[in-house]
Ligand binder design. Structure first.
Ligand code: ZN
Length: 378
């Protein structure tokens, strides 16, 4: 794949210009108008780069998925999976515009994951320009990934069915990074309703929602199992009104991560089977596993990535990470998935988000090699 690397290196300015175009179209998950403007930039650009006419949108509204197909001469279909939305609010671009300084590109969503989209599109274009045979490619891009992919997940699963490989364009880390497995994420909100009373005159008449959820917090945190990769974070705890009033309401927001299905269901059970000591406190539990654990790496894809990275002369950096992606959903659907194939850089979801421009040619070459299917291709 060193030919792809050289080709991309020779046109790095074009690649960076494409990245600027995508970053300049702000696409916060929560802003339908900007998301549709972003899609209106993305689709014609992909079709032009891929010299293809076939683009469709699956569904509508916030869960819509862009699908672009480009046929190939080899059997099978490789799915490139990405998302258009970012965690940054409208207006971030004005404060932190796209820039490249000292080989580092910045701007809202540059690392997660606009550079990944650019790399995926250029990987296919480079293979075709160099005449390297490849299977068909289906690009799937949703716009609700950062808010849990609730609307898009069924479209992703049906559009990816039967794929020979799913390559996820989420950010990497360094030049040789791939992500081979990701923890599942469970998100719950617990609300408790107790009975208010004067804390001094009449405490027995009260039933404290705060005390109940404090007990639940201790119980849940105690159910974590860090050596198995299971973590529990009660990130939000609110409730009560005054120090001298027995609290009649309280609320928790909880994030659970688990590496295996067994651990995921164990902690889910701990949460849903819990009852407060005081039966005057009513508890409601809402939520569940937003993305299932992805614990089984796809051995063939990992082996191919290892060989490709070695042939490109950089260190192989396979990672199992705590953060979930839509790769979890497609891995749970039984497809071979490799993730983290987007940009080299860091600072996802943060102000210091950045992409290492000099690593783009290696990252595109790695993707191109995985798409073409053979580490020995040019
Ligand atoms: Zn992402």
């Amino acid at each position: 794949m060193s030919a792809v690397r050289s080709l991309i290196a020779s046109r790095l300015d074009d690649v960076v210009e494409d990245l600027a175009m995508l970053v300049d179209a702000e696409t916060p998950s929560t802003h339908p108008l900007l998301l549709s403007r972003g899609a209106a930039e993305l689709v014609p650009w992909v079709k032009e780069r891929w010299r293809c006419e076939s683009a469709t949108t699956l569904g509508d509204g916030p869960g819509a998925v862009i699908q672009v197909d480009v046929p190939g001469s080899l059997p099978g279909t490789v799915v490139l999976l990405g998302h258009l939305d970012t965690v940054f609010d409208a207006g971030t671009l004005a404060r932190r515009p796209f820039s490249v300084r000292d080989g580092i590109a910045r701007g809202p969503g540059v690392f997660d994951m606009k550079a990944g989209l650019v790399q995926g599109v250029h990987a296919v274009a480079a293979l075709d320009e160099l005449g390297v045979p490849r299977p068909s490619v289906r690009l799937l891009v949703n716009a609700d990934e950062e808010v849990g992919s609730l609307g898009s997940r069924s479209f992703l699963v049906s559009a990816a069915a039967g794929a020979s490989a799913v390559l996820v364009l989420e950010p990497g880390g360094v030049a040789g990074t791939v992500k081979t497995a990701r923890k599942g994420v469970g998100l719950w909100t617990v609300t408790a309703t107790g009975v208010a009373a004067h804390a001094g005159l009449d405490p027995e008449a009260g039933a404290s929602a705060v005390h109940a959820l404090a007990a639940l917090t201790t119980h849940l945190v105690g159910s974590a199992h860090p050596s198995l990769g299971t973590t529990v974070n009660v990130g939000v705890f609110s409730g009560g009104t005054r120090p001298n009033v027995v609290a009649d309401h309280a609320r928790l927001e909880i994030d659970v991560r688990a590496r295996t299905e067994a651990e995921a269901s164990r902690v889910g059970e701990v949460l849903t089977s819990w009852r407060p000591d005081d039966d005057r406190v009513r508890v409601e539990v809402a939520g569940g596993w937003n993305r299932p654990p992805w614990s089984e790496p796809a051995p063939e894809l990992v082996a191919r990535a290892r060989a490709l990275v070695a042939s490109l002369g950089v260190a192989f950096d396979p990672r199992e990470v705590g953060g979930a992606s839509d790769g979890n959903i497609l891995a749970a659907a039984g497809l071979p998935v490799l993730d983290g194939l987007g940009a080299s850089g860091g600072g996802a979801h943060a102000e210091h988000e950045h992409v290492v421009v000099g690593d783009l040619p290696v990252r595109v070459a790695l993707l191109a090699g995985l798409i073409a299917g053979s580490p020995s291709a040019p």
